[in-house]
Design a protein around this ligand. Structure first.
Ligand SMILES: NC(=O)c1ccc[n+]([C@@H]2O[C@H](COP(=O)([O-])OP(=O)(O)OC[C@H]3O[C@@H](n4cnc5c(N)ncnc54)[C@H](O)[C@@H]3O)[C@@H](O)[C@H]2O)c1
Length: 425
């Protein structure tokens, strides 16, 4: 057993997903006695056996170290603790055409810890939530107990979570000053970045503003891509040249925005404010991109049916997460229209549609579509490309991320299209 000095504090982390598991493990190796709780028994078993699937570098080593130190216990029910950290999902739900935050997981997590709460406990919400939610949780909990409540949003980059968990600056918002200061004491055990304290509603809004900033700027790039297709120029060249301006940094267009954060968090502002007009428009524009890709496919192959091979179904490159992935919408629409679609992605943890190996996916394909920025697709060898060329029906590839090695694909006989290149035939 690896010896870790105990610091006398007990922490219960609720929800052991992408965020909760690294957080619980990090606290454990920094001396906290940690109870990691996940309602999903299968997940609990996989963590105990270290058999969970992950593309996060060193996560298995971290979890192993935490369990071996004796400081991390994993179970399906909460326990008494000094601090409760809540990392459960907060997806979007649609009601009468309006999207809003689904707080049901958070409500359930709070209900589940209530029997274990004692006066003086600190509850930290890490889940992303609409402004005002932390204050509401405090109001409801403080009817029975004298508790402290804070919001500490997570801002890590999937694929680099362990590094960013430690090095990123953090913003902590308390329902009062004492709550924020108590939460800071927990995070400063392992965070090397700055920790800034504010009120709960501001912290909630800061997190949403960060992701909205990204979403709106991606929407601008996507709008430029659509316009470039319309007027017949290559958006990638235009963006590269525009970015030569010292104060311009246009982001990259693509097939849409996915994941559990950027594609949904802006809606949590829209649900709270009638002033969020630009934010709504940007969200709708990014959501329109999968259909735009489908239209481009039909223009390129000049037919409304055929066989499509999809490369990459995760919401971004080199991760296993397919939540809110644009690929789901592209594939769904193609299938609805009668296309035969076969998806290939060896990174994906799971996907709503079946996944195939490379040969099965490209066999007889009219077109290959790159939808995720996986390194594999950037690094195909000439031999691999020749092999793919021997399998497909038509040597056509549409790269929606502008990542493939164009020269090598052309050398293998492929006609190469890029989303926003202004070429459709
Ligand atoms: N994934 C990211 O990169 C990221 C980044 C920043 C913020 N966030 C936010 O963090 C929160 C968690 O996201 P995630 O990606 O870790 O989600 P996730 O789906 O990977 O994990 C959530 C876990 O919570 C468990 N769970 C659900 N209800 C529970 C309950 N009542 N008790 C115990 N466990 C329960 C689920 O079984 C699941 O394992 C979300 O609000 C998300 O928006 C995520």
């Amino acid at each position: 057993m690896v010896k870790v000095e105990k610091n006398g504090k007990k922490v219960c982390v609720i929800g052991l997903g992408y965020i909760g598991l690294p957080t619980a493990s990090m606290l454990a190796i920094h001396g906290f006695e940690v109870i990691g709780v996940d309602i999903n028994e299968k997940r609990v078993e996989e963590i105990k056996e270290l058999s969970f699937k992950t593309t996060e570098k060193d996560l298995v080593t971290l979890v192993r170290g935490a369990i071996n130190s004796g400081n991390l216990k994993v179970q399906a029910t909460p326990d008494k603790a000094d601090v409760f950290i809540i990392c459960v999902p907060t997806p979007c739900i649609e009601n009468n055409g309006e999207k809003r935050c689904d707080l049901s997981y958070l409500d359930k997590a709070i209900e589940n810890i209530k029997p274990y709460l004692e006066d003086g406990n600190l509850i930290i919400i890490e889940s992303t939530i609409p402004p005002g939610t932390t204050d509401e949780i405090y109001e409801s909990l403080s009817k029975d107990k004298k508790v402290y409540v804070a919001h500490c949003p997570e801002r890590v980059l999937p694929g680099n979570i362990l590094k960013e968990l430690v090095e990123n600056d953090r913003v902590i918002g308390g329902v009062d000053k004492k709550s924020a200061e108590m939460a800071k004491e927990i995070y400063e055990s392992f965070v090397t970045g700055e920790i800034y304290l504010t009120d709960a509603k501001t912290a909630e809004m800061v997190k949403l503003m960060e992701n909205t900033y990204r979403d709106v700027n991606i929407a601008l790039a996507n709008e430029f891509a659509k316009i470039s297709e319309e007027i017949g120029i290559n958006v990638w060249e235009a963006i590269e040249l525009a970015n030569k301006h010292p104060r311009v940094n246009i982001l990259k267009p693509g097939p849409g925005v996915g994941g559990h954060c950027i594609s949904i968090d802006p809606w949590f502002i829209v649900e709270k404010s009638k002033n969020a007009k630009l934010i709504r428009t940007a969200r709708e524009l990014n959501d329109s991109m999968p259909l735009f890709v489908v239209e481009k496919i039909k223009k390129i192959i000049k037919k409304d049916n055929g066989k499509v091979a999809i490369f990459g179904v995760t919401y971004k490159g080199n991760v296993d997460d397919t939540r809110e992935s644009p690929a789901e919408k592209v594939v769904g629409k193609l299938m609805d229209e009668g296309f035969d679609v076969k998806c290939y992605d060896k990174y994906a943890r799971d996907f709503v549609y079946p996944l195939f190996n490379l040969d099965e996916a490209v066999d007889g394909a009219d077109i290959i579509i790159v939808l995720a920025e996986h390194d594999e697709y950037k690094n195909f060898s000439e031999d691999e490309m020749k092999h793919i060329a021997s399998k497909v029906k038509n040597k056509i590839i549409l790269d929606t991320k502008n990542i493939i090695n164009r020269d090598l694909w052309e050398k293998a006989g492929f006609k190469v299209y890029v989303l926003g290149d202004g070429k459709n035939a």
